[in-house]
Ligand binder design. Structure first.
Ligand SMILES: [Zn+2]
Length: 190
């Protein structure tokens, strides 16, 4: 655990998330923001009419790869907060200007060392249990086309799990739901 991790206060992040991210000053002109109804919601707005800044808080999209080989799914053990040591799909937040498919390919490479080819789009999930932000998770089914499996970047460990022996500590509800959905769609036979 590095210095940055010790400073991650999950409760504080969660509280801030639902309080306009804790923002108090206008990022354009530094005037103190005020809470005002805009489009049916309380938002932080800049009181200087000549500035006009409004803080629209939106969920942050993330994308990742749902990689299944021999009926086993590839998961990553988290090396960074939140939920260090918990398991999740190889996935991450989209960078500015990226298409979600590019994010998924980049994140899988960064965390697992694998090159993938995206298969069909799997599903999109809305997650509210990440203390940093509300997230939108875009998952693609994917096949491995190269690289070498090793834990890298944001991962302590990467490995395949049989669907019948999934780890108990999966980091986010949307990831648990995705595993259940896959099981329902592709594995359960009537
Ligand atoms: Zn302003």
């Amino acid at each position: 655990m590095n210095k940055h991790h010790k400073n991650f206060d999950e409760a504080k992040f969660s509280a801030r998330k639902d309080n306009h991210c804790g923002y108090t000053f206008c990022p354009l002109c530094s005037t103190k923001l005020i809470e005002k109804m805009r489009d049916g919601r309380l938002r932080m707005v800049c009181p200087r009419t000549e500035c006009g800044f409004v803080f629209y808080q939106n969920p942050v999209p993330a994308a990742g790869g749902f990689i299944v080989q021999d009926d086993q799914v590839l998961l990553v053990k988290r090396a960074h907060p939140p939920r260090i040591g918990w398991w999740c799909f190889p996935a991450g937040f989209m960078e500015w200007g990226e298409h979600p498919s590019e994010t998924a390919i980049r994140e899988v490479k960064e965390e697992t060392g694998l090159d993938i080819k995206l298969g069909p789009f799997f599903e999109v999930y809305s997650g509210d249990d990440d203390p940093r932000t509300k997230a939108i998770l875009i998952l693609y089914l994917a096949n491995i086309i190269g690289g070498e499996l090793h834990a890298a970047d944001d991962a302590l460990e990467v490995r395949f799990f049989s669907f019948d022996e999934l780890p108990k500590n999966i980091a986010f509800k949307s990831h648990i739901q995705a595993l259940a959905d896959y099981n329902q769609r592709f594995r359960k036979r009537p």
